[in-house]
Design a protein around this ligand. Structure first.
Ligand code: NAD
Ligand code: ZN
Length: 388
């Protein structure tokens, strides 16, 4: 089959690779109809995620048709059209049973590696390095899906791939990030980053009752899409974000703040700061970066929600401000399984059509080009789906 493989920083290639096979009775093989590139894939593309090997298949946002099943999978049939959540979760461990799916204890055979590098081990993730399980990803024609009896969401007829594929990741991610803001009636939520995750966070914050959402970015098309989602927008290159937020909230600050940027090189001064030896990311204190700005801007007693992905260490965080303002921090890889049915219902009810975020639909062959335009925000690119 054809698959998008990682070969190094800024180097992904379409390759011919062996088809996946059932390895375990709880596996399924899915023939992929739609897959997407995520901001998290850019962390790999940019070289921030250790333990990638040349030839590794990328991609964790994908859906398609079940073509083969292991003997133990009873709740799904060959021919079913399914969405695959990005975390791989067994459904039976301490964490899965507590609805903490992205922290599954049984899905990462290389947990020791993750523990050594990051000090902890989350669940396995498709196409996301060897320390997170070494699973082949879904930017391919086929993928093997472990624990298919707990992971797969069957899609009813009448919905397009484009309407449901983001249930794999960015819609639940934006939603969980908004839920983590503990939004009360009248609340003002400020969101850094108007990428795909930020866009879903804006809409989710309104769904969960926010009075006003203020969104921050610098890319005009992304700011416009945020406006279309009824956010008030700030361009961080044109104004002092902290001052503007104070002014817009009567001097008090937003009730909740969200970092939907993560390890984005731009605006955070990350270039050259990645410490390969320690596999650590350091943010210098004399450069503006999102998390610090968000902590400082948040009102006393407010909540800091962090869907943006970080790895390694970040130092020089204003912990004094955070402590003395009595802030609550909530973060993590998304527990996608928790939100699948809830958000599918939202789509079916017509509360949201997630396809709004797609700016590019390209054949899988054009993945190298797609990574480039997504990374550099060229050609008005906000979200790319790839068609194998
Ligand atoms: P993206 O790279 O397209 O979006 C990031 C946005 O942040 C860009 O629009 C960029 O212009 C903006 N930005 C950069 N510096 C900024 C600054 N100083 N102030 C405000 N905005 C700034 O990526 P995405 O797909 O939207 O993903 C966003 C983050 O969410 C990434 O870190 C990704 O890894 C993470 N993510 C997390 C999960 C999870 O489970 N928690 C799931 C998916 C994605
Ligand atoms: Zn993703």
């Amino acid at each position: 089959m054809k698959a998008v493989c990682w070969y190094g920083n800024n180097d992904v290639r379409l390759e011919s690779v062996p088809d996946p096979k059932i390895l375990n009775p709880r596996d399924a093989i899915v023939k992929i109809t739609t897959t997407a590139i995520c901001g998290s894939d850019l962390h790999i593309y940019d070289g921030y995620i250790p333990t990638m090997e040349k030839g590794d298949i990328l991609g964790h946002e994908f859906m398609g048709e079940v073509v083969e099943l292991g003997k133990a999978v009873k709740n799904i049939k060959v021919g079913d059209r399914v969405v695959v959540p990005f975390p791989i979760s067994c459904g039976g461990c301490f964490f899965c049973k507590r609805d903490l799916w992205s922290l599954c204890d049984n899905s990462n055979p290389n947990a020791w590696m993750a523990e050594k590098i990051m000090g902890h081990s989350p669940s396995g993730i498709f196409g996301y390095s060897h320390m997170l399980g070494g699973y082949a990803g879904g930017q391919a024609e086929y993928a093997r899906v472990p624990f298919a009896d707990v992971g797969l969401l069957k899609i009813p007829d009448g919905l397009t791939d484009e309407q449901v594929v983001f249930l794999t990741d960015i819609f639940p991610t934006g939603y969980m990030a908004a839920e983590n803001c503990d939004i009360q009636p009248g609340d003002i939520v400020a969101i850094w980053g108007c990428g795909p995750v930020g866009q879903f966070a804006i809409r989710s914050a309104y769904m969960l009752g926010a009075e006003r959402v203020i969104a921050i970015d610098r890319v005009p098309e992304r700011l416009q899409m945020a406006k279309d989602g009824k956010a008030e927008v700030l361009n961080f290159e044109e104004i002092d974000v902290g001052e503007a937020l104070k002014e817009m909230t009567g001097g008090r600050g937003p009730d909740a703040v969200m970092d939907a940027v993560g390890m984005e090189a731009h605006g955070m001064g990350l270039e050259g700061l990645y410490d390969k030896a320690k596999q650590a990311v350091r943010l210098e204190s004399d450069r503006p970066h999102v998390l610090r700005q968000a902590i400082v801007a948040c009102r006393k007693g407010g909540t800091v929600s962090i869907p943006g992905v970080y790895g390694g260490f970040i130092d020089k965080m204003p912990m004094g401000a955070a402590m003395n303002k009595g802030l609550t921090f909530k973060m993590g890889q998304t527990h996608v399984h928790r939100y699948l049915h809830l958000l599918l219902e939202r789509v079916q009810n017509g509360d949201i059509d997630p396809s709004f975020v797609i700016t590019h639909s390209l054949p899988l062959e054009q993945a190298p080009h797609a990574y480039e335009i997504f990374k550099h925000k060229q050609d008005s690119c906000i979200k790319v789906v790839l068609k194998p």
